[in-house]
Each structure stands twice: as C-alpha cells, then as structure tokens.
Ligand binder design. Structure first.
Ligand code: F3S
Length: 534
C-alpha cells in the first residue's frame, strides 16, 4: 500500500461515510458531471473474488479454523498477481480482470460468497488499495467507501464525509424495500420493520467505526456533508462546488425547481409507460405533449405521433390517445372518450381542479372569468368546461372594462401559470364595480416558485443560463426575469446552443430551466459548464 502517494497530476475526489448515506449514487453523479472515472471499489473486491475462484480457491468451512487459516494464506499469496482495473466503454463501467471484461461474472452467487470472505483477508485489502491508488494516479477519479480519504487516497484534492441521521437512512432503506416488494421482489418481514432497520443501521455504524482494519472515520481534512435534509442533486452540487473551489473555477448553482413540474413529469412518464406497454395500435398525443422539440422528436422516433384536431383523433380507431397536462375542453374530452381508441388523460390535477370549479359554478348560474392568456391551450380548455360563455381577461385594460350582470355572482379563476401580482390587480379592478365576487386563486406554485428561485440565483450569478424550448412561454418568462437581474443571461434549447464566453473572473454560473426541459438536457449543460479545463 502506498500511503501518502502523490496523485497531484490527477484530480481525485474521495467520498466516505456510513452505509445508506447515498455515497455511490452521489459519487456516480459527480463523476458523470465531471467526466471522471467512478471507481466502484465493491466491484473491484468482487473481481478479486472471481480471480481467486479461477485460481482454484474455495470458500473455507467457517467452523474449521485450520481450513480458514489455509484459505487466508493462499488468498494472500495469490492476490499479489491479480491485475484489476476499471475502464469506461460507451459510458458503461467495465471491470477488467487481466484485461478481460469481468462484468458478466461479478454478480454470481459463487463470486458473492467468495467476496464476503476474501475481502476480509488483510493482504487482499492491501493489494486492492494499491490497485485503487494506481487508478487514481493515472486518471481523475471519484471513489467512495469507508476509508478512501483516510487510507486509499489521503492526498485527494476533495474529501467528503457524507452522512445522514440513522432515522433518515433507515427511512430511505425502508422505502427502497417497500418499492422492491411492490415491483415483485421478495423481502423478509424484518426488511419492512422500520425499527429493526434502524437498529441494524446503528449496529452496522458501530461495527464499521470500531473495526480493527481501516475503521470508518472522517479524515481530518474532509468536509462533513449531512444529506439528511438534502436531495441527491443538492448533495452532488455541494461536492462539485468543493471541486470547483479547489480548481479556482466558478461554482455552478442550479435551481432546484429547474425542469419538469409535477404535471409535465407525469404526462411524459405516462407516454413512456404506454410505449413500454407496447399494446396494439398507434400511440398519439393530442397536441405536442410538451413545448420541447427534443422530447417531441425523441417520442416521434419511438413511434409516438401527434394529433392536431378532434377530426384526426376521431379517425384513430385503435391504439391510445394521450391528453396532455394542459387539458382539453369538456366537449373535446367527451368526443375523444367516445371514440374507439383508448384515451389516457394526463391533465394536471391542478388544471382539473379549475375545470371542476368552472363547471360547477357555471351550472349554478355564476358568471365565469378566467384570468389568463388568450389562445393558450390551458385557458381554451378551461373555457370549454363552463356551461355558459366565459370571459378571458389577459390585460389590465380588459379587467378595467369588464362588465357583468350585477345580480349574479362572478366566479374568477386563474390560468395556472398566470402572474400572481397581475391576477390580484385584475381581481381588484373587477371588484371596483361592486360585483359579488368569488375568487379562486388557482395559480400553480410550481411556476411562481421557479420564477422566484431563478430571480434569487440570477441576482448573485455572474452568468445565467436559461434552458428551454423556443415555443415555451414559461421559459421565455424565466429568461426575462433572469436578464433583468443578470445582464449576461443565455437562453438555450440544448447544450449545442451554448457558446459560453467567460472572462475568467466569474464566481457563480447560475442555471435554471423551463417546465418542459428534461433532466438529461439540464445535466448535459451543467456538465459542459463544469468540465472545461479538466
Ligand atoms: Fe400542473 Fe403546475 Fe405543472 S398546474 S402542469 S404542476 S405548472
């Protein structure tokens, strides 16, 4: 083992911490963002077990001390010549054992069983640490484990001790187990007992921290990151920014609200689920599923078409028609549902709620006012749920000149993405006429939260990047907000449009994205901004 080896020509990130803190997920994400190699130390231990098995070593009888000792000696002798390394091919991690791709053999029962005993042999650990150090000396790596910052890479430029409370880790494990059961995996009763999981984690922590060989402990120069109240993206960003600080590069701050909102995510997921189901007949969306050319094109390549009118929908006799998150008018909904193709409705629940309000109020004889944009698909859909003619108000002038029957209640709703301040102002203007008003503030928080966060980030950023489709009005609005706070704001659709001109003095590059921007496009941009110069 080469303790203290100089690895300064490469950049290494060491992530240690207790089991269940999310180390490997975070490490992989950080590595992907920087185009570093993620070193899966567990896979290397398995490759060593495979090597020993191929050399004829067999697992000893646990009750036979002589056999165990003979095994230890033989493993210690054989492991010296093992040649194990990790490379990436087409984005996939490949563990090479003497140059051969060992991946297909690493998950077998035999290898698992051997790994559990061979990894406890001190000489095996020493050998693997040497191999891991060699990897880190040859390329930029992210490595996670329990003794990476203390033993394997004591000179790593960034060391993180990633932890989370026992309660949070137990809850994460419990949720994983429940999800596994739902998808058909068999789990024991104990795996679904939160208190038992908690006790096991606490006991494992104690064992790892007190074991004789390479105990789990925070390196003196490691930064403590507690992920109890943070999401995966936030933790990864914190680590990536520690790396940026070490390299004297700008920090990248990505809005947590960037990208798909709940309703759009659901709509897109539904389309992919329908593709997966692969039933008979075509799959079409009623209008483009979202305002993003890339997503629409990707779906087109998977055979998902777009229906542009009710007539086209009526002509579809089988397969599936998917209604997008904006929703449709009541008449359209009935016409589509009355056809022979299966209809899958992904109208966002918040939009559906507005349809219900409008429908009920109009049936009760109330006059309907929708504060929103003329011609917007959602507004048009909502108008169509009123049994009586509804009025759409988009401008201050329209609000000022609106006149209603003073004897009947005026029921006011908002388009989910309408500006909250304008909505209040317009309601006040209508109220000035003394009408009996019933106001429903139906603006969706996803939009206002995204805009507020974008403004906050743009205020402190030297450069701001807004990602979204050209036809997306919510992205255009985000750009407007960011540009007002940060003169150097870019509006891009994908990473291909990004022609970043940096002066070198930038400290923060901010990123946000419209509601129709998929996560992979955001990640490509983040990665591109971060990777330069490595
Ligand atoms: Fe629904 Fe709000 Fe998105 S209304 S579609 S979650 S912006």
């Amino acid at each position: 083992m080469r303790k203290g080896r100089d690895v300064s020509s490469t950049f290494n990130i060491a992530i240690d911490g207790p089991a269940g803190a999310g180390k490997s997920t975070i490490a992989k994400k950080v590595a992907r963002q920087l185009s570093f190699v993620y070193v899966d130390t567990g896979a290397m231990y398995r490759a060593m077990a495979l090597y020993l098995t191929r050399k004829g070593l067999r697992r000893p009888d646990e009750t036979n001390e002589a056999e165990k000792e003979a095994f230890r000696k033989k493993a210690a002798e054989l492991c010296r010549d093992a040649d194990i390394t990790i490379v990436y091919r087409d984005g996939e991690q490949v563990v090479l054992l003497s140059g051969e791709n060992a991946n297909p053999y690493l998950r077998t029962e035999e290898v698992s069983s051997m790994a559990s005993v061979s990894s406890a042999v001190p000489e095996v650990r020493v050998k693997l640490v040497e191999l891991q150090q060699r990897l880190a000396a040859e390329q930029n790596v992210v490595m996670d484990g329990r003794d990476i910052g203390t033993v394997v890479l004591p000179n790593a430029q960034v060391k993180v001790y990633l932890t989370a409370s026992v309660e949070v880790r137990a809850k994460r494990r419990y949720i994983e187990n429940v999800q596994a059961v739902r998808s058909g995996a068999v789990k024991s009763e104990e795996d679904l007992d939160l208190e038992k999981i908690k006790a096991d984690i606490a006991e494992r922590d104690h064992r790892d921290m007190t074991r004789a060989v390479s105990p789990l402990k925070q390196a003196e120069d490691a930064v403590l990151v507690d992920s109890s109240d943070l999401g995966i993206d936030q933790v990864a960003e914190e680590i990536l920014n520690l790396a940026a600080d070490r390299l004297g590069r700008p920090r990248v701050v990505t809005a947590s609200t960037a990208g798909f909102c709940f309703g759009v995510q659901n709509a897109v997921d539904t389309v992919y689920k329908e593709i997966e189901k692969g039933g008979d007949g075509p799959i079409n969306t009623f209008g483009p599923i979202i305002h993003n050319e890339n997503v629409v094109e990707e779906l087109r390549q998977k055979g998902v078409g777009i229906l542009n009118s009710v007539e086209e929908a009526k002509a579809q006799k089988d397969g599936t028609i998917i209604i997008r998150s904006h929703g449709v008018t009541k008449k359209t909904w009935e016409e589509l549902s009355g056809g022979s193709a299966q209809v899958v409705d992904t109208t966002c629940t918040f939009v559906k709620k507005i349809h219900e309000i409008v429908h009920k109020a109009s049936e009760e004889g109330k006059q309907i006012v929708i504060i929103g944009n003329h011609g917007h698909a959602e507004t048009e859909g909502t108008v169509g749920w009123s049994s009586t003619p509804a009025t759409v108000i988009e401008t201050e002038e329209e609000a000022r000149s609106y006149r209603a029957d003073p004897q009947r209640i005026v029921c006011i709703v908002a388009q989910t993405t309408f500006n909250a301040e304008k909505f209040e102002k317009f309601v006040d203007l209508i109220a000035k006429n003394g009408y009996n008003i019933e106001t429903n503030e139906t603006i969706c928080n996803a939009t206002s939260e995204r805009q507020a966060e974008a403004r906050r980030i743009a205020r402190q950023a030297d450069v701001m990047i807004v990602i979204g489709g050209r036809g997306s009005s919510n992205t255009a609005k985000l750009y407007e907000i960011c540009k007002a706070e940060c003169a150097d704001t870019y509006f891009i659709q994908t990473v291909d449009d990004l022609d970043l001109k940096l002066s070198g003095g930038e400290k923060i590059i901010g990123i946000t994205a419209g509601a129709s921007t998929p996560k992979n496009i955001i990640e490509e941009v983040q990665s591109n901004v971060r990777r330069t110069d490595f």
